[in-house]
Ligand binder design. Structure first.
Ligand SMILES: Cc1ncc(C[n+]2csc(CCOP(=O)(O)OP(=O)(O)O)c2C)c(N)n1
Ligand code: SF4
Length: 249
């Protein structure tokens, strides 16, 4: 019988622990499918931070290194500099990368480190109970902003890719989502090109995935997708924010 579809070899058989409707699992499958397509499984090292994505070391069929909260780009820098022949990627949540690890992320991009960063932005600190993150939207209720985020008190949401694409060391920068089949295809293109930028030694690459957290948002999976589309998509610049000219041909 002809096989029409198989689970990617880039993921192990360990079942995902994610809550129903959480898009972390789809994001990891997208990354895994591109790692397999580009035949990178034997030479890739992933680096996790903390948070719900921190368990991804069990799910990806590649070598992994854990790191302290926010420090994944620094750890990835060390691995890539010591072993430039490897493909090195980071996998972080928005609390991890945009709050605690903001400095590491900006400096890795500014230095043009030849690593690929994946940011899963679900607009809160998921694992620890849905606290406000730098990505939390104005008016969004979280466990630490029960009346909704107020700009006078907590400032405005940070769109990290929009910030980093102005740095010369950043070669490829995109924001995508995995809410529909069409957007999954766009996400796959972004992941493919982010790894291509690393393979060609062009500099730092970053893909932000706008993601759901039904448990902390207090919504069911379907309503979570709709809430993300309605509220997060207009706030964060979507699409390719920076792309080498040679990739466009
Ligand atoms: C230095 C340090 N501070 C705080 C924590 C507690 N902590 C663990 S996970 C987490 C939240 C992570 O949220 P995010 O990065 O947005 O990922 P998500 O769980 O939403 O995917 C925090 C604050 C920690 N482990 N280490
Ligand atoms: S707490 Fe949120 S981010 Fe974590 S697995 Fe559940 S839905 Fe996903």
């Amino acid at each position: 019988m002809r096989v029409l579809f198989e689970k990617t070899q880039a993921l192990t058989d360990v079942p995902f622990h994610y809550c129903p409707g959480c898009t972390h699992g789809i994001v990891q499958r997208v990354i895994g499918e591109i790692l397999e397509e580009l035949q990178l499984l034997e030479k890739t090292v992933g680096v996790t931070g903390v948070g719900c994505g921190g368990f991804s070391e069990q799910y990806f069929n590649v070598d992994f290194q854990g790191s302290a909260h926010g420090r994944a780009p620094a750890v990835a820098t060390g691995i890539k500099r010591a072993h430039p022949e490897l493909i090195v990627f980071t996998y972080q949540g928005d609390g991890d990368m945009v709050s605690i690890g903001m400095a590491e992320a900006i400096h890795a991009a500014a230095r043009g480190e030849k690593i690929t960063a994946f940011l899963v932005n679900n607009s809160n600190y998921g694992m620890t109970g849905g606290q406000m993150a730098p990505t939390t939207l104005i008016g969004q209720k979280t466990s630490t902003s029960p009346y909704g985020r107020q700009s006078e008190e907590s400032g405005y949401p940070v769109d990290l890719p929009a910030l980093l694409c102005n740095l010369k060391g950043a070669a490829y920068v995109a924001t995508v989502s995995v809410d529909t089949p069409a957007n999954v295809l766009k996400a796959k293109r972004a992941v493919r090109l982010a790894f291509k930028a690393q393979i060609e030694g062009l500099g730092f690459s970053l893909v932000q995935f706008l993601s759901t957290c039904p448990t902390n948002w207090g919504l069911n999976p379907v309503d979570s997708i709709e809430w993300m589309q309605e509220h997060m998509f207009p706030e964060f610049q979507m699409g390719e924010l920076k792309c080498p000219e040679t990739f466009r041909r």
